[in-house]
Design a protein around this ligand. Structure first.
Ligand code: ADP
Length: 606
């Protein structure tokens, strides 16, 4: 799926058409120097295209017009927009409608430099691409999982609430992306790992990603807090701001410029914000540049210690962003003396790291380091393309009927012909009472008694036709009553299960094995499997709602065969727990899509 990804910032406009699975760029452009003589630079084209305009909006319109012209032969399925501030409202990607646009506008109060431009990007792109979905991806969304104690500032609650003051965190798309990349590299999953992600670019931030969730992050209500950045100050004693306002007589705007544009590496080094220049000058002996480098690295180290403590340990520390990916010097300084944490850097590996289009993750910890040290290439544009594509697919799914009829199976037995004859007499053939929903299967007129060590259950129906193995399917309650400890198994898998005695009108049969509690399962055809996007033996969750109360059955196995009819089978105990009767339906909530489907109110239909 080709997605157009638009990122409107105050100093540049970036737009790319990205194939969401491979990450291949069909087209890539950048507009820089917005304030003086802006030019559109297409990747792979030497000649920049002048793009003069009196306002940001005019430049943007010219840019998107030029892009639409360049891309007229490419089918674009949707547009993903980077939006910096999602406030309290957005914890994931959303389809942009009028209400979402309004919310983004309202949130401009919290991000005056970013949200208005992001919104303009959305509105202009909609003019050119009115008929495809537009999706907003928020920098703050990944951090919505911060606990209250990590969110709040220690100020009067009413003042905080009135002004929306709390930690939101930023760079979420990048932190989430590199955490996932690292987990894949480590052949694990983020939900099994405690990670510290260090995004060190022009803007810098760190996140503690505990078992897949952001639980601490260094940027705050605005992107000004935390690490030392290119031109932003990072952590500072708020008393200094009061002091400056009083002593320098600065206005709020002047203070804003000082803290956002004149501080950080630029303020400390006196030569600008480019880390490459600072490292070079530091190596030549420039004291200010040395100090800038030291303060920068020291701050990152300090946060690593803090985040490892907050998580009670760490499995991997990840470096990304222009500095994190490229600077062996910074990685080295940050990782010095982290041995006490179990993180030991390998000098050679660190020096040799070269991330490329083909190598996107490299490890630079020593072989005996318990904590892995990784450099990971971030790709926020690709992350936006993928999240957008996923949402588009989920929306399509929502329009599909996802309900599954539920059948409650009462206790029953399947028998071999040999056992039938032991119970009903030689040459006896089972007779059909009524057909079952699965083609070819039927309930029989014949019934048997199941005898366990404690009790017996009479009149248990036999299901036909006969099978190669005896199998007795009972519920948990039946197990306790009979005194048999039966395992949960798929039908047909009776090996090493307990046995029982069956009594029929003409004799009894002693089964050595065959008593099971059926693994809850869904029968479906290959066409259903395609529609639900599941495969044979997948394990899914199914939500059922009855009398307004919902219950999710986890660990439900998918069984696919052209012979099957779509139906979920649960036993009587489970049906009782959910207060269900036959004829009820459930909704598949695959583990991945659960949150997404819930959000869209796709629920059980009864
Ligand atoms: P942005 O946050 O604007 O996306 P980047 O992630 O591209 O910025 O990071 C820009 C920073 O990365 C600059 O400070 C630049 O000097 C630094 N950088 C890029 N390459 C190197 C390098 N080889 N060594 C040190 N710093 C580097």
């Amino acid at each position: 799926m080709n997605l157009l990804v638009i990122n409107c910032g105050s100093s540049s406009i970036k737009a790319e058409i990205i194939e969401s699975i491979s990450g291949k760029r069909a087209l890539s452009l950048k507009v820089e120097r917005l304030e003086d003589n802006p030019q559109i630079i297409y990747d792979g084209e030497e000649q920049p295209i002048p793009c003069p305009g009196r306002s940001f909006k005019e430049i943007l319109e010219k840019t998107i017009r030029s892009l639409a012209e360049h891309a007229k032969n490419i089918t674009i399925s949707g547009v993903g927009h980077r939006v910096v501030h999602g406030g309290e409202d957005f914890d994931g990607p959303v389809m942009i409608d009028a209400a979402v646009e309004q919310k983004i506008e309202e949130l401009s109060a919290l991000a005056p430099l970013h949200n208005p431009l992001n919104l303009m990007g959305i509105q202009v792109a909609k003019q050119f691409y009115p008929d495809i979905p537009h999706i907003a991806i928020f920098d703050t969304a990944f951090h919505q999982t911060l606990s209250k104690r990590a969110q709040v500032y220690a100020i009067d609650k009413k003042v905080a609430e009135r002004n929306g003051i709390r930690r939101y965190g930023f760079h979420g798309t990048s932190h989430e992306f590199v955490a996932n990349q690292a987990a894949r590299f480590l052949k694990s999953e983020t939900r099994s790992l405690r990670l510290i992600t260090c995004h060190l670019g022009n803007g810098c931030s760190m996140t503690a990603v505990e078992y897949g969730r952001s639980i601490e992050t260094s940027m705050g209500m605005t992107p000004l807090e935390g690490l030392v950045m290119g031109t932003r100050v990072g952590d500072i004693d708020p008393g200094i701001l009061i002091h400056l306002l009083k002593k320098e007589g600065w206005s709020a705007d002047e203070l804003d410029t000082f803290l956002n544009k004149e501080s950080g590496l630029k303020g400390l080094s006196g030569i600008g914000n480019d880390m490459r220049d600072i490292i070079e000058r530091a190596s030549e002996g420039d004291a200010d540049c040395r100090l800038a480098l030291n303060v920068f690295s020291h701050q990152v180290r300090k946060y690593i210690g803090a985040y490892a403590t907050v998580m009670g340990g760490v499995d991997a520390i990840i470096f990304t962003g222009g500095i994190g990916e490229n600077s062996a010097v910074v990685r080295h300084r940050v990782c010095q003396r982290l041995d006490f944490l179990g993180a030991v850097l390998d000098e050679d590996k660190n020096r040799d790291i070269k991330l490329t289009d083909d190598i996107k993750v490299e490890e630079f910890s020593s072989d005996y380091s318990r904590v892995k040290l990784l450099a990971v290439a971030t790709d926020e544009q690709l992350a936006i393309a993928r999240s957008s594509a996923k949402l588009i697919l989920e929306m399509d799914k929502v329009n599909i009927d996802l309900s599954i009829p539920i059948a409650i199976s009462a206790r029953h037995v399947h028998l071999t012909q040999e056992t039938v004859e032991q119970l009903f007499g030689e040459g006896y053939q089972l007779t059909e009472y009524k057909p079952l929903s699965q083609p070819g299967q039927f309930a029989c007129n014949e019934k048997v008694t199941i005898v366990g060590p404690k009790n017996q259950i009479e009149r248990v129906r036999i299901l036909g036709p006969t099978r190669p193995k005896d199998q007795v399917e009972i519920s948990r309650t039946d197990e306790f009553f009979l005194g048999i400890d039966a395992p949960i198994r798929q039908s047909g898998h009776t090996e090493n299960s307990p046995g029982c005695t069956l009594i029929g009108p003409k004799g009894k049969a002693i089964l050595k094995e065959g008593v099971i509690c059926a693994w809850r399962h869904i029968h479906m055809t290959p066409e259903d499997a395609e529609r639900f996007q599941v495969a044979d033996k997948d394990i899914v969750d199914v939500e059922v709602k009855s009398n307004g109360r919902s219950l999710t059955f986890g660990n439900v196995m998918i069984r696919v065969s052209p012979k099957y009819k779509l139906e979920m089978h649960i036993d009587t105990d489970e049906g009782n727990a959910a207060e269900l009767s036959s004829g009820a339906e459930g909704t598949l909530v695959s583990t991945e899509g659960e949150a997404m489907l819930k959000k869209k109110n796709v629920h059980f239909v009864s």
